[in-house]
Design a protein around this ligand. Structure first.
Ligand code: IPE
Ligand code: IPE
Ligand code: MG
Length: 237
């Protein structure tokens, strides 16, 4: 019998479609975001069960500040509540949380919640969950370059890579976007250089274990060539 395929080390997800999920049910958009939190909880568990070591999710982009003030404050409130409610259970399941993104612009309450969740889960080793919040790929590249410049370190691919906000994990192998749009929307611009891209029509609250398995099956069917020819890849397999 053939050995089971090796799971991707790192899966990244643009969790898109919460608003449409709610609107289709004549509910306020925030109800979709709440359901999105449920979907994330299920997805984290499913990834851990499948041996995926790192999950990075896009929860709030630098550009999402442009949404109506009511939605933005609702999202901030939802994050603060989710942190107090979910962290103990996530920690029990061996999840280590990292919040990736600019802290500037976040309220003291949200900021304190993020720091506490990180320190409370710092000892866990089963799955690293990076939550990109107030994050943009351009912000990350610019902050990394600014850090290096301030320290007088020459900017190379390696030094920049080490100064980026996701330096603690390998680059994503698989990048999933739900909700049907086929764009990155400023997510992982640097790190996704060689990620396999997978677009799902499912709205994020509907993205269940079966949908994850479909994405993983599509990933396993790809040939990752990293610039080589197919013959070279086959010869090394
Ligand atoms: C993604 O869902 C979540 C956030 C951007 C916070 P959306 O809110 O973008 O959902 P749609 O795209 O409007 O359906
Ligand atoms: C990307 O979704 C950001 C998150 C999922 C957090 P958006 O819904 O904000 O992306 P655009 O605006 O359609 O590109
Ligand atoms: Mg959207």
């Amino acid at each position: 019998m053939a050995a089971p395929p090796v799971p991707p080390r790192h899966v990244a997800i643009v969790m898109d479609g919460n608003g449409r999920w709610a609107q289709r049910r004549f509910l306020p958009r925030l109800a979709g975001h709440k359901q999105g939190v449920e979907s994330l909880r299920r997805c984290v568990r499913a990834c851990a069960q499948r041996g995926i070591g790192v999950l990075t999710v896009f929860a709030f982009s630098s550009e999402n500040w442009n949404r109506p003030a009511e939605e933005v404050s609702g999202l901030m409130e939802l994050l603060a509540k989710a942190l107090t409610r979910e962290v103990p259970q996530l920690s029990q399941e061996g999840v280590r949380l990292h919040f990736v993104g600019a802290r500037a612009g976040l309220s003291d309450k949200v900021r304190a919640g993020l720091e506490l969740a990180q320190s409370q889960t710092a000892h866990n080793t089963r799955l690293v969950l990076n939550v990109c919040f107030n994050y943009g790929g351009r912000w990350d590249i610019a902050q990394a370059a600014a850090q290096l410049a301030a320290r007088g370190v020459p900017i190379t691919e390696e030094s920049l890579d080490r100064a980026l906000a996701l330096a603690h994990v390998p680059d994503p192998d698989l990048l999933i976007r739900t909700g049907g749009e086929m764009r990155l929307s400023n997510f992982l611009l640097w790190q996704a250089a060689y990620a396999e891209l997978y677009f799902s029509e499912r709205l994020w609250p509907d993205f269940d274990e079966a949908a994850l398995d479909e994405a993983l099956a599509a990933y396993h069917a790809r040939e990752r060539r990293f610039g080589q020819t197919s013959e070279q890849v086959q010869a090394c397999a």
